[in-house]
Write a protein that binds this ligand. Sequence first.
Ligand code: AKB
Length: 321
Amino acid sequence: MKRILVTGALGQIGSELVARLRQDYGADNVIETDIHAPTQTSDSPTGGSGPFELLDVTDGQRMAELVDKHQVDTIIHLAALLSVTAEKNPLLAWNLNMGGLMNALEVARQFGCQVFYPSSIAAFGPLTPRFQTPQDTIQRPTTMYGINKVAGELLCDYYFRKYGVDARGVRFPGLISHKTPPGGGTTDYAVEIYYEAVRTGRYVCPIAKGTYMDMMYMEDAITAVIDLMEADGSRLKHRNAFNISAMSVDPEMIRSAIQTWIPTFEMAYEVDSEKQSIADSWPDAIDSSAAHEEWGFRARYNLDATTREMIVHLRKKFAVI
Ligand code: AKB
């Protein structure tokens, strides 16, 4: 990776990834793109430190022009609707999630770029083994987002086999971060819970107790993207997409981790049936051993370390002593 274009760069992953890429590869070598411009009030940590371009990823011509203009060699394609939003508008999700990826792969083919594509634990479904979910297993998701993710994994493999496009990806778990909030995902509760614990000391959880999902602290996720993209391609047997996880947790586990910092924290449940049925269709705990063996993936933050980072940073962000 030398000249990197990031789509959806103002989102939860993009805003932190761009900051790290700019540190490692040079600010001018990382082109931030999004469908809307950063606002004055946006707390995007990258705020104006390098090139920014407006890009609607369904506009393949504009994507090609930007790749050409900035002599890009790597496309990190993050723009997508997440699971809950996609379920509310499946047609839009198909057009954006699949159309955007198709454009990224076509542009990559045309300009010889490497591509990163984020798949998700959503690429699994109710028929998938729930525990130690293998790298290669049954994938019959029941959500539009999950269908997009499986199709995306297959498309990336197809472009690699047919055209030699060096497309690589991971199946992200829920990502926990304190800089830019996520939006429209099933795992968003695992971020909201920390915000509300610090801001108000109470949280009403939309996901039922005993619902286990894989999660990861953002810093581990960012490191995983860079390590995979920089890995020796000849070692990769699975390109799209590697299972990666740092922890499998339910809301009660996060509650008690928070209570070690904020003993008065209170949590109630008001289960959201749509979110719950999506969560119930996903695995409890995936097996990340292929990522470990093929490119050395290892998460550094477990639940306690994640909780410490979240509480310390959110206390600073909201000036809570
Ligand atoms: C979501 O909840 O939709 C995402 C994901 C796990 O892909 N965070």
